[in-house]
Design a protein around this ligand. Structure first.
Ligand code: NAD
Ligand code: TYD
Length: 374
């Protein structure tokens, strides 16, 4: 049995991980620490919030005293670190928060973990010999690939190109250093682009779904030929589960979908899926009266090529051979089933995405991207 502290557990992947973990390990104790930034939403944890083995703490990973008390008070033996600023576009217009949370925040967490687990391992009279600090990172730290380059392995040299990926790379290095220098029992996973329920609608896939439902333009950066390797979010949670239970301390593990798509193709595929749903279920036209193009089966006409993202990485692709061979990892969801589930989820959860797109999200969209997102 584990006592797990999940940072960023009210965000997209963190919340899906908490749901996964509480379903697969119902006797474990789960504590979520989340600052509830624009990307964090307590409603993402509605289905678990009343369970006896679940605790939510509203706070910042940079608050070392708070983290130390959570580690102590809940006898935490496993920390899974998702909390981050995660949107590349925001890192281009406002990198400060990325440096603060992703680098300084991770450093603060490492200091707290070292203090409680290594420097002062007496807790409730028992030595904490086995602990784990699992750091959730991204394939973006490896930089960009050409169309013919081999996919990223764990040995690919780091070459981050955006303030987001540079801040994640810095945090990966700090985690590694805390293992080598102080013996903190760490693992790191580098995952490709996730999609699925609770995905914040500033990211490509939920943005396209929700814009179709609002009959808004689907902004394609540059020529739309950039490639991403998409993974259903529950398969990311499953990969982290394997790393926690079978992974070797001090190692990095790549997690990917083996599922490369050019942006323009994924946008066209989603458009078709939404159109089919409108054909199958006539009540959708009533529920989403603004979705005139979806109703008329002409969503492709919403596609709008816009100015490219500065420094836009051309291609990401994960080689997960090590994770497959050592841990038996393989994604369980096919892209066909995963994307269909995701479209369904957004059709069924309008209240969720309408609420997260209120307030500061609208201000940000207007301020930074009025030319893209009409
Ligand atoms: P997200 O932006 O949806 O959620 C981040 C969560 O962290 C939010 O709940 C937010 O409130 C919380 N948070 C932010 N700053 C905090 C702070 N200072 N203290 C405490 N909580 C704070 O992000 P996500 O897409 O769920 O990504 C989670 C992690 O996975 C990140 O570390 C990201 O780098 C990594 N990752 C994401 C993807 C992806 O496709 N989204 C892919 C690979 C890796
Ligand atoms: P995103 O979901 O922001 O993830 P990341 O930048 O971390 O890969 O973007 C995925 C891809 O889609 C990326 O190549 C940028 C592109 N994109 C668009 O073309 N239009 C958009 O409106 C957005 C948000 C992204």
């Amino acid at each position: 049995m584990k006592n797990i502290l999940v940072t960023g557990g009210a965000g997209f992947i963190g919340a899906n991980f908490v749901h996964y973990w509480m379903e697969h390990y119902p006797n474990d104790k789960v504590v979520v620490l989340d600052a509830l930034t624009y990307a964090g939403n307590i409603a993402n944890l509605d289905s678990v919030k009343d369970k006896d083995n679940f605790t939510f703490s509203h706070g910042d990973i940079g608050d070392q005293a708070l983290v130390e008390s959570l580690l102590n008070d809940h006898n935490i033996d496993t920390l899974v670190h998702f909390a981050a600023e995660s949107h590349v576009d925001r890192s281009i217009t406002g990198p400060d928060a990325f440096i603060e949370t992703n680098i300084i925040g991770t450093y603060s967490l490492l200091k707290a973990a070292k203090k409680i687990w290594i420097d002062n391992p007496k807790r409730t009279g028992e030595e904490v010999k086995n602990h784990r600090f699992h750091h959730v990172s991204t394939d973006e730290v490896y930089g960009t690939l050409s169309a013919t380059d081999p996919a990223f392995t764990e040995n690919t040299a780091y070459a981050p190109n955006s303030p987001y990926s540079a801040s994640k790379a810095a945090s990966d290095h700090l985690v590694r250093a805390y293992h080598h220098t102080y013996g903190l029992q760490v693992t790191t996973s580098n995952c490709s682009n996730n999609y699925g329920p609770y995905h914040f609608p500033e990211k490509l896939i939920p943005l396209v779904i929700t814009n179709i439902l609002h009959d808004k333009a689907l902004p394609i950066y540059g020529d739309g030929q950039q490639i991403r390797d998409w993974l259903y979010v529950e398969d990311h949670a499953y990969g982290i589960d394997l790393v926690l239970n079978k992974g070797r301390v001090g190692e990095n593990y790549n997690i990917g979908g083996n599922n490369e798509w050019a942006n323009i193709d994924i946008v066209k595929a989603i458009s078709l899926l939404v159109e089919k749903e409108f054909q199958k279920d006539l009540s959708l036209a009533r529920r989403f009266p603004k979705a005139l193009n979806a109703i008329a089966q002409t969503t492709k006409s919403l596609i709008t090529y816009v100015q490219d993202r500065p420094g836009h990485d051309r291609r990401y692709a994960i080689d997960a051979t090590k994770t497959k061979n050592e841990l038996g990892y393989f994604p369980k969801e096919s892209f066909q089933t995963g994307i269909a589930k995701s479209v369904q989820w957004y059709l069924n959860n309008e209240a969720w995405w309408q609420s997260v797109m209120d307030g500061s999200y609208q201000d940000w969209i207007k301020e930074q991207y009025s030319q893209f997102h009409n």
